[in-house]
Design a binder for this molecule. Sequence first.
Ligand code: ZN
Length: 174
Amino acid sequence: MNKIRQFFLNPWVYGVGSAVLAVLILRVLDHYAHLAIIDSIFKFLKNVLDFFNKNHELKLWVLIVLCLTPLGIAILVLWVVSLFQGETEPEFTNYISDTFFDINWHWRWLDNSILESSLLLLCPNCSNELQVKDTPFNDIKSKVYCEHCGFSKKFRLLTRDLVKKVLREIRRRI
Ligand SMILES: [Zn+2]
């Protein structure tokens, strides 16, 4: 029983069977409703065949255009592909972390420039996010420290100047 089912579910059997059934239905329609559907189909097919069998006069420029069309399409495709390749990000955008002043700095890129708000300072010992404290009236203008392991680093620069210095250093290295 399963084999019979498989036979009928076979796409070839299904396709040929449907075609035969369609022709039969058309024959019956033609016969009883006095339509000429099958005749029309045959006439149409014959016309198509005749078209390809006849000698056609073709202007030389048509022939040249027909020959050049594939070349034109190929050039167009290559051009579109090159456009998409041009939009891929440059390689330096893979450069997203480094160590400056014993601190691990991480950042992201946006339109080929460093997204300043994405800058992240991580502790070199435990990778915890570092805290920053500015003390503008002292010699030591800022302090970066880790709440987790006690790591700390003091700078004679305000945090914003430190960040600017790091951004310059990143740009210098790419
Ligand atoms: Zn730490």
